[in-house]
Each structure stands twice: as structure tokens, then as C-alpha cells.
Design a protein around this ligand. Structure first.
Ligand SMILES: Nc1ncnc2c1ncn2[C@@H]1O[C@H](COP(=O)(O)OP(=O)(O)OP(=O)(O)O)[C@@H](O)[C@H]1O
Ligand SMILES: [Mg+2]
Length: 168
């Protein structure tokens, strides 16, 4: 079984959500898959906006709810931002996202950030999962889990970079 590690981060406002994304963006390697879970309005797009800035993307990042996939190629490595909200599970399978964007497919390998990962039947073995929940205080709580050695190392770097986390 591959290595995993989990952390909880309290995000008191949208700046904190953005900042968590920013830190992930600074350390992400090409081939990183970020699976984002969480209810409507839990902060998934806000996090990807920070991720983009951390990758060196200055083009504004907007929600791909209607476009399905937005591609940003100007940063350190490409960012592919996907929103599966409007799709059925069978349609998601047919997309073969991991093969296309991370696994030597036609696209230049980059970071694949997927909102509404709940819609995926088969999830990649090696990924970072990020579950966002509304907190009673009005902020959000994030549960981050790294699956696989490379992702565990990546999250260690992110969490040792001034982020206040609780190890689970
Ligand atoms: N930690 C936080 N505390 C309070 N508000 C936040 C926090 N993070 C993000 N928000 C706010 O929540 C709202 C919804 O954020 P966002 O659009 O990123 O959610 P989402 O999960 O992508 O939604 P959807 O499910 O519609 O795609 C925005 O107004 C954003 O500024
Ligand atoms: Mg969104």
C-alpha cells in the first residue's frame, strides 16, 4: 500500500483558502493531481485561484463550471482546471483526464486540479485530496491527504512553509 499523510487546516477567510492554494502551487510538480471535494460554495475555485498564482499564472482564473476544462499555460508548469459538477459519472470516465493531462497523453504534463471529484468513479492512486467544509464560524476547514510518496513529500514541504496545520 502506498504511503499517505493527512492534515487539517482551518481557513478563517477566503484569503486563507487562496493562500493554501498558493503554497500548493509553489511546490507542485508536473503530474500532480489535486482532487477537490466539498459542497457548493465551499471554496474550491478560490483555492485553485491561489494555486494558479503559486504556479506563476497571472491570467485571472474563473470557474470552469460551463467550459468543463480551462487550460493555463503561462506559469512554471501548465495548470488544467476541471469542474465536473455538471457531468454524470459515465461521462467523467470517458474523459480519461489523468491519461490526457498527466500521463504522457497529448497535453503537456502539468497540474490537474479537479473540482467535484465526487463525480469520479475511479480516482487516481497517486494524488492529493482536499476536502473543504463550511465551519460553524463562517470560515472553512480543509482536510488534506497525500496519497503516494511524491505527494507525501510535497505536502511536507507545504506544511513546513509557515502553514498552521493539525496532523491527523
Ligand atoms: N475560508 C473561507 N472563509 C469564508 N469564505 C470563503 C472561504 N474560502 C472561500 N470563501 C468564499 O466562498 C465563496 C465560494 O467560493 P468558491 O466559488 O471558491 O467555492 P466553490 O467550492 O468553487 O463553489 P462551487 O461548488 O460553486 O464550484 C466565495 O465568495 C469565496 O470568497
Ligand atoms: Mg467552483
Amino acid at each position: 500500500m502506498s504511503k499517505t499523510s493527512s492534515f487539517i487546516v482551518d481557513l478563517s477567510d477566503s484569503y486563507a483558502t487562496h493562500n493554501l492554494g498558493y503554497k500548493l502551487g509553489q511546490y507542485c510538480l508536473s503530474g500532480t493531481i489535486l482532487l477537490l471535494f466539498g459542497n457548493l460554495g465551499s471554496g474550491k475555485t478560490t483555492l485553485v485561484q491561489g494555486l494558479g498564482v503559486g504556479l506563476g499564472i497571472f491570467e485571472p482564473i474563473s470557474s470552469p463550471t460551463f467550459t468543463l476544462i480551462n487550460e493555463y499555460l503561462e506559469g512554471r508548469i501548465p495548470l488544467y482546471h476541471v469542474d465536473l459538477y455538471r457531468l454524470e459519472v459515465d461521462q467523467v470516465d470517458a474523459l480519461e483526464l489523468e491519461e490526457f493531462y498527466c500521463d504522457g497523453g497529448e497535453a503537456l504534463p502539468g497540474v490537474l486540479a479537479i473540482e467535484w471529484a465526487e463525480r469520479m468513479r475511479e480516482r487516481p492512486q497517486s494524488a492529493i485530496t482536499l476536502k473543504l467544509e463550511h465551519a460553524s464560524t463562517g470560515g472553512r476547514r480543509a482536510m488534506l491527504t497525500a496519497h503516494g510518496d511524491v505527494q507525501v513529500t510535497l505536502l511536507e514541504k507545504v506544511t513546513s512553509d509557515g502553514l498552521l496545520v493539525d496532523e491527523v
